[in-house]
Design a protein around this ligand. Sequence first.
Ligand code: AMP
Length: 535
Amino acid sequence: MLVLDGFVPWPLEVVVNYIRSGHWEDRTLPDVLLAACAQNSSRTALVRGDDRITYAELERESAGLAVLFQRHRIRPLDRVVLQLPNTPRFVTTLLALLRIGAIPVLALPGHRHNELTQLADRSGAVACVVPDRHEGFDHGELARSVLAEVNSVRHVFVDGEPAGSTQLEPDFGPDPAPVEIDPTDPALFLLSGGTTGVPKLIPRTHQDYLCGIRASSAALLDHLDPVYLAVNPVAHTAALGCPGVLGTLLAGGTAVLATTRRPAELFELIERERVSLTTLVPPLVRTWVDAARKQTVSLPRLMLQVGSAKFGMTEAREARKLLGCSMSNWFGVGEGMMTWHRVENDSGDTGGEGRPLLSADEIVVVDEHDNPLPPGREGALLVRGPYTIRAYFRAPEINADSFTSSGFFRTGDLARINADGELDVLGRIKDIVNRGGNKVPVEEVEHYLLTYPGVIDAAVFGVPDAVLGERTHAHVVMNTERPEPGAIKRHLRARGLATYKIPDRVVFAAQLPRTPVGKLDRRALAAESAGARAK
Ligand code: AMP
């Protein structure tokens, strides 16, 4: 039996309990996906622009890619950084890696040198899979720099022009060699949107991820004709497995990968492909609502699943009405837990982020000593259940902080549970800016600001924004002549910081406010900025 060093297995009694209660199956993710391919061979699995891929083609291409990976000695439990945009190739590559038992590490398209090298290093990845270029950026070159810097990385596979690396092309000759995969092992690594600089690695086992997919499908997809539209990166679990693309494939439905974010074009696509479910972050819903104020929009077949950041109930109701669709508010973390709430017009509906998907899911709000608080009281949100992890990969110190001794995950969210049992997420306890669903760890950005010559102090904080929910501002103190703010943003880009972490605004300050104990007072800065904007 292979053992993955650094992976903390689920406690045995918990495994037995979840298997007995039927939450966990004795099957792997590739098993069930390949079974769906066999059952639905002539149906359309994936659509992107004019490309339409059947389940048979999905299976065939993933087999060819599996052979390619095996030819390059990628073995069960090897980690492979997968950074592809929303293309059918993402899905076929994911399935290829899953079926050979390798563990895809799902990097976001916006990740750059910093994130990618550290992800590859921490996961001990043996390979990176990237597009040649995406949105004007040379990912091939990026992956080759990871190959040069991270010892464990042996291969770079490039979708498109390989420029000296291996081309990501299926080998349609032999069948992939059979491998044994243990459903209690990690199927994939998601990335946390947490407070530390580089995302933490979230090992999702076959059993727990499948459980989450099935639970979210039961809530959101099973009663629909399953046609899912992916607008945000499918490398993020929101569009991948909540229920997202994977839930849709398990249901024999069609996953449509959008090539645009323009509302009018998306409305047409929804109509044309008869889309029944999509997941959006609040800023995108707002662009849809703006469009719906200018043209009549009616999407009666669509269930809009809104989450990743707060979407208030009044706004949700208005959006639902203007778009003529059904709507669910949804709360989810890459670590697992999901809650949801169907938005109705009923004004007695108190809203919030709803209830967990399964009766076996536990959510509790606690005080600073981890004592549970009664309904209505604000505190820290802790979660536990059959699809919520109990440890990050290779992070013993972080695990000690992030999980309680009884296995609850500390989400870092400030929340309360209302008298009717609904979760209400109020904000973050730790310093993170939720920029329209993209999580910006402020300390990391401050660290990079301090590498600019002459910067002696820096503070990054969120300011409210009508579209994104929050935008990122940076205040910097310099002991040399001030450059133009653009120079600082360019510096951050050149240091390899992910695109979404670049501050929206850089302001020069004489000094930064500090709390009585000398800590940076980001709240004061945020309040000051909000005050300045209000004037
Ligand atoms: P990620 O792991 O990137 O999905 O980020 C998870 C975090 O996103 C949570 O801990 C929350 O801070 C935030 N989040 C997700 N959904 C919601 C929601 N519906 N309302 C408020 N915050 C949310």
